[in-house]
Design a protein around this ligand. Structure first.
Ligand SMILES: [Fe+2]
Length: 191
């Protein structure tokens, strides 16, 4: 491969990586919209609305970086890196978990996906540093995106105790009012 071919090859590779981040933001945006509409915690709703606006800016930045490098911004979405529980487990969850428990589970998933986004940017920034040259010009914008992702993940971590304080009494109340035969503790499968 000539030097020119190598440079072109690296450019294409980096555009692919940027598009990977873009596809993750696209998926994250959709998830945020769903979470904003379903969450039962007003503070979380407000924070996610704020992050939704940030995510739109992230997408705009990525579009800009990709087109500047001569690439085509990807319109699709990645599958988010969330746990896929085995069928019997998910059935048990569906049969036994109360609304506030689901809220906590979704919040756990929020933290996983925001952390994954920040990891994605961290790796991209380090690759841009290795590549140097024109790729280094992407670092500033990628860092701005990464900081927002880190802050969002941090917000979830910091606010989890307050969320638990709020939701836990509801969970206990729901469990106390569940008929014995359907409570998880007395189900034969759980023994
Ligand atoms: Fe995010």
């Amino acid at each position: 491969m000539t030097k020119l071919d190598t440079a072109e090859f690296m450019r294409q590779k980096f555009i692919l990586e940027l598009n990977g981040a873009l596809a993750m933001e696209n998926a994250g945006l959709e998830r945020l919209q769903t979470r904003i509409s379903e969450t039962i915690v007003p503070e979380a709703k407000q924070q996610m609305q704020h992050h939704l606006e940030e995510s739109k800016v992230h997408i705009e930045r990525l579009h800009q970086l990709i087109t500047t490098l001569g690439g085509q911004p990807y319109q699709g979405k990645v599958g988010l890196p969330l746990p896929k529980y085995p069928q019997p487990m998910i059935e048990k969850m569906n049969n036994s978990m109360t609304k506030p428990e689901w809220e906590l589970k979704r919040s756990e998933e929020d933290l996983i996906s925001e952390s994954a986004e920040s990891i994605c940017y961290l790796m991209l920034i380090q690759k841009a540093q290795m590549l140097g040259g024109v790729f280094q010009n992407t670092i500033e914008q990628l860092s701005l995106n990464m900081i927002d992702e880190e802050n969002m993940a941090e917000w979830i971590k910091t606010n989890t105790p307050a969320m638990l304080d709020k939701l836990w009494p509801q969970i206990e109340e729901d469990i106390a009012s569940t008929p014995l035969e359907s409570s998880p503790a007395t189900s034969s499968q759980s023994r």
